[in-house]
Design a protein around this ligand. Structure first.
Ligand code: SAH
Length: 344
């Protein structure tokens, strides 16, 4: 196993079988070695710094019905909200004053937040904060929409492929959605020039180790600038309410493998990881992650963007909690880097 780790670190493309064996190897010397190498690789690029991104959850209306997601259209319990332009700009103003230089606008696929609206908001943020990166995470759109957002000044786009296996994709999404359209979006985004992020939920219902191997191969091929990996966590009002959460350990394992395969990638220690385990964020960083995304949404809506049960949005997972976050990072000898943190 150590040989596989060394080959990965050396930039070699491992076979599916080798990747599979890294994923399933028992905890022990080899897995500890994997993690040490991943941490060393991350530190050689990013030192012991962690970039922060201010996450603004712009709407929890969604036209989709993804079986895992708490804000799916079919969940009648959600108190729906949608931020207006002024609300979003106020979040940016607040975030900027706290030190954020990346704003991430994420939301459900809200038909009433039209492409024109997004163009208008992005243009306004671009004009007010020329030194900031603007990241969008608004789901699947036609290529022309992505092009318009990019011309308006958006720099990055996050769109997890969720799973590369088309049959597994159908287990997670209703028939109106397709893996192929998801992949089309990702290729368009990259082609347009966005720093593009993709990723998966670890332990989503029906996921096999071979599915994860296929995800690793897909990510290797796509070579995204950002990779978001977090454990699946059930949401009580979804079809997957009774499914069990993904494994923290496997998520960490995967983070380390991805760090070795993508030494320069921006990889967050996700909120889902921090939600599932009190040490999740720090353990993610020690496994090779180098980004955290504190919540910058207005406090009045924060509980309403509930993708999964008990989603963390306060303390060190919140924009107001940067000091708390730094205190947490102190425990592992890391520090917040307030730079834009572009992919280089
Ligand atoms: N509408 C946007 C944003 C989706 S929310 C889009 O389609 O990209 C961002 C991510 O949260 C999703 O890509 C999914 O991977 C993750 N997510 C959603 N529900 C989740 C759950 N129950 N557990 C863990 N992660 C979840």
């Amino acid at each position: 196993m150590k040989e596989y780790v060394e080959r990965l670190e050396g930039g070699e493309a491992l076979s599916s079988e080798a990747l599979r064996s890294l994923l399933v190897m028992p905890d022990g010397d080899a897995s500890a070695y994997l993690q040490e190498c991943a941490r060393r690789v991350a530190q050689s690029r990013f030192s012991t710094s962690v970039y922060v991104r201010g996450l603004i959850e712009v709407s929890n209306y969604c036209r989709n019905n993804c079986y895992y997601c708490g804000i799916r259209k079919g969940n009648p319990e959600v108190m729906r909200y949608r931020l207006g332009k002024d609300d979003i700009l106020e979040c940016c103003r607040h975030g900027y004053s706290l030190g954020f230089r990346t704003f991430v606008l994420q939301g459900g696929e809200d038909p009433r937040q039209t492409d024109d609206f997004v163009v208008d908001v992005v243009s306004a943020i671009r004009a007010l904060y020329p030194d900031c990166a603007i990241t969008l995470s608004l789901g699947e759109k036609p290529r022309e929409a992505y092009e318009r957002f990019f011309r308006a000044g958006a720099n990055r786009y996050l769109l997890r492929h969720e799973t590369y296996n088309a049959a597994h994709y159908c287990q997670l999404h209703p028939a109106e959605m397709s893996r192929d359209n998801r992949l089309r979006c990702l290729h368009d985004l990259k082609d347009i020039g966005y720093q593009t992020g993709t990723g998966i939920m670890v332990g989503s219902p029906g996921q096999t180790v071979d599915d994860i191997v296929a995800d690793l191969l897909f990510i290797r091929e796509l070579a995204p600038q950002m990779i978001g990996i977090g454990p699946f966590i059930p949401h009580h009002a979804t079809p997957f309410a009774l499914e069990k959460a993904g494994s923290v350990e496997l998520t960490l394992r995967l983070l380390s493998i991805l760090r070795l395969m993508h030494p320069r990638a921006l990889i967050p220690a996700t909120t889902a990881l921090a939600t599932l385990s009190p040490e999740g964020r720090n353990r993610g960083i020690l496994a090779g992650a180098n980004v955290v995304m504190p919540n910058l949404s207005p406090l009045s809506v924060r509980q309403k963007y509930e993708l999964y049960n008990d989603k963390a949005a306060l303390g060190a997972e919140s924009a107001e909690g940067l000091q708390a976050l730094q205190k947490e990072l102190d425990r592992i000898g890391y520090r917040i880097d307030y730079g834009r943190g572009d992919y280089v």
